[in-house]
Write a protein that binds this ligand. Structure first.
Ligand code: NDP
Length: 287
């Protein structure tokens, strides 16, 4: 029997609908419209699509969004000036810096400059620290989206062995942090693998939940998956003009118990979480 599809698009649509109500309710009570400022530097087509999708989702949820688009040659000082302006602009409640930034710009310096109270991507060290201590201010969008998808799909995480492929600051590390914590959609036993891990397939085959976030097209094969496991594919890779994940979907679907498609799995959940964080930032600002 092929694996059950964990339909991120459908779950995200439900979350966004609920959020639309929450935004309207917040506006009724406070008079405040949550406002997300998106910073885009350069002409990377994929980044432009991501920003457009995020802004469209904001609009549908009743969240105001503004785009600050700068040419690829923009200097670090100019980007930092912009971030400082957005930090002090009382109307702007969330700031999103679309990555990657052009190479003349120190990405870490820019992310560190975002006010922790407007850091809706949860990249600021203060917010990462709070997350690690199990008292997050903001949910890291992609990992939290995965968690919500596991929850919606009825995937038991408590006591399960979750193997995370990838240790990036954006996906792998915060994913492991969320799953190892106490509580809802968590309490898992977590193993994190990366490019230096030995005997990768031996490790992944012990996973009840396998999360692939490495950026290698169709890297996870059927032989790497325990029968019945839940396989979450975070990867987005472009192959022959098509989007494919880090998991060989056709083969793995015959072995896994549940699987996320690409596109239509984790991607839409990430956007839904970003909207949720923007509302949260607005609530924090109004307290
Ligand atoms: P990074 O390139 O920052 O990190 C990749 C990680 O994978 C690194 O830790 C790296 O190890 C590890 N890795 C690379 N090759 C191997 C290998 N052969 N075996 C084991 N581990 C390996 O990527 P991101 O975390 O930013 O993104 C991962 C993927 O997820 C990408 O395809 C990206 O496009 C996608 N993505 C999707 C999102 C969504 O919303 N769906 C959001 C964010 C990302 P090492 O540290 O040793 O180099």
């Amino acid at each position: 029997m092929p694996a059950r599809i964990l339909d991120g698009k459908a779950v995200a649509a439900e979350l966004r609908e609920r959020l639309r109500g929450d935004v309207a309710d917040f506006h009724r009570r406070t008079g405040i419209t949550p406002h997300l400022a998106a910073v885009l530097v350069g002409e990377d087509p994929a980044s432009a699509v991501y920003v457009r999708n995020k802004r469209r989702a904001c609009e549908q949820a009743g969240i105001k969004s503004t785009l600050h688009h700068h040419v690829a040659e923009t200097s670090q000082a100019e980007v930092l000036n912009l971030i400082n302006r957005l930090n002090t602009d009382a109307d702007v409640l969330g700031i999103l810096v679309q990555l990657p930034l052009p190479e003349q710009i120190d990405q870490q310096a820019v992310l560190d400059a975002v006010s922790p109270l407007k850091d809706v991507d949860c990249f600021h060290p203060e917010n990462v620290g709070l997350l690690m201590q199990g008292r997050p201010r903001f949910a890291p969008c992609t990992p939290a989206g995965v968690q919500e998808l596991l929850l919606a799909g009825g995937i038991e995480t408590e006591g399960a062995h979750a193997v995370v492929l990838g240790r990036s600051e954006i996906v792998g590390k915060p994913m492991a942090a969320l799953l190892m914590q106490r509580g809802r959609a968590a309490d898992a036993t977590v193993t994190v693998c990366h490019s230096r891990s030995r005997d990768l397939a031996d490790i992944t085959r012990t996973a009840d939940i396998l999360i692939a976030a490495i950026g290698r097209a169709r890297f996870v094969t059927a032989e790497m998956v325990k029968p019945g496991a839940a396989v979450i594919d975070v990867g987005i890779n472009r192959v022959d003009e098509r989007l494919v994940g880090d998991v060989d979907f056709e083969a793995v679907t015959k072995v896994a118990g549940a699987i996320t498609p690409v596109p239509g799995g984790v991607g839409p959940m990430t956007i839904a979480m970003l909207l949720g964080n923007t509302l949260r930032a607005a609530r924090l600002a109004s307290e």
